[in-house]
Write a protein that binds this ligand. Sequence first.
Ligand SMILES: [Zn+2]
Ligand SMILES: [Zn+2]
Length: 241
Amino acid sequence: MAEKYFVECACGTQVRVALHEAGTDKACHSCHRSVRIPDTITLQESSGDPYPLIRPIEKINRTLQNKEPPFDGVCHHCDEVNAAYGTPVDFNVLVKREMDHDGGIRPSITGGIVLEIAAATEFWENHAFPLLLCTDCYHAFESDRNNSRFKKRIVAISVTILFIALLIFVFLMDPIFAAVLTFCSFIGLIIGALFKVSHQKVEPYVIKWLSEIRWFSEAIIMEDEYKLTIGPSEKLKKSKS
Ligand SMILES: [Zn+2]
Ligand SMILES: [Zn+2]
């Protein structure tokens, strides 16, 4: 859930404002008078944010380290019961990319030309934190995860069947062309597999569940490039208390 900020109007209405509106005026939706919105730090403090000055992802790190909410052991989804399951989240963000050279076509010393691929050094920052869920919410989460796997499998199977049908059809028309097509598809599959390893797409259900962690929505909006993966859920050990 994204952070909510409110400013009280003289008429008593709580006007919902966004962080980027800080320092401006906004019309109250009930009396239409204009309401002054304070600066970002005041806004964040008023929403109970203990760390208004640091990046959202740093807020997650800090609260995790200090075992403060949202990492005080309460379920991230219902916010009512203590969590019984933890799902590890790996959030890697690109901090910096330095271009070593741009690449392109260059003349070589021996005559002739060489094609150089652009080279860059990337600096990634890793953040690891758990999604904490109570037993009920964990089952809802796992059912979303299974549905997503099931859908992927159905799509893969349908595409394969369609492709085999196409190959058989082409083979009956022209066996040589069918062989070429098979070879090209094989190369395509290899490239596709390599591409998939480096560019894993985040599934919508993952974002939906992780957005239950305070500041996560803000954190993901702030990063231009990131890799997000979740691991298998584990039952949490009962803390001695
Ligand atoms: Zn008002
Ligand atoms: Zn719950």
